[in-house]
Ligand binder design. Sequence first.
Ligand code: SF4
Length: 255
Amino acid sequence: MLIEDIKIWLHQGQQFIKDIDKAQVPAPFRGRPILSQQGLSAEMGEELKNLCPTEAIELNPLSLDLGKCVFCGECAQYYPQHIQFSNDHHIGSNSRQALIVNTETTAIKQIYPEIIRKEIQNIFGRSLKLRQISAAGDNSHEAELNACGNVNFDMGRFGVEFVASPRHADGIVITGPISENMALATKICYEAVPKPSIVVLCGADAISGGIFAGSGALQRKFLEEVPIDLYVPGNPAHPLTFIQAILALIRYKNE
Ligand code: SF4
């Protein structure tokens, strides 16, 4: 049996991604956008802004909100001289404001020490169990979070795992825009997690409502009542983006 295992290992080599930070995600992955306002007339700007289905683009100065962006690529397709998507997957942050990219942005500032809660470093630095809540999610975010545990991404090796019950969890990961029908269930699940606990919003739908923002079918009040510890953009968020952002949060050390 052992011989068989060794043969498989020799044949398949190392399957897990060794360095989550340095890993490169190939195209067509869209990561941190690079913006340029040069030559963007008022008329072109309006057209560019109107292209966006989630109102993620603002003008004067040009900016793009990763918390709203569904990475459809329309803006980059029609205005490649003003918006391009790099493959930088380090786009999660503990600040909602940090997700707004402008022409000066060369990297997303992932951790703002002044807003990180002390218990995150003290308690969850080496082990974090998470309960995932699909609050009217479309299954794409959930599928990618599932992939975080596969042999490739192997999130468990960092001590971070999804668990079946909120009673066994240290925090929740919300996907989906939170429909009226899921609002109470989301709150109950959050309250069932022993405190202190962390809250992660994963994907554009959870962060801003995504393409459903403003719909009367949503009930997002819960998000105003709890501290949000981490925002992970994407539609869906890539497993590398999720794992890297979680590790940046729980491993952050004050100087
Ligand atoms: S890629 Fe993002 S910013 Fe660009 S049009 Fe689509 S949703 Fe809007």
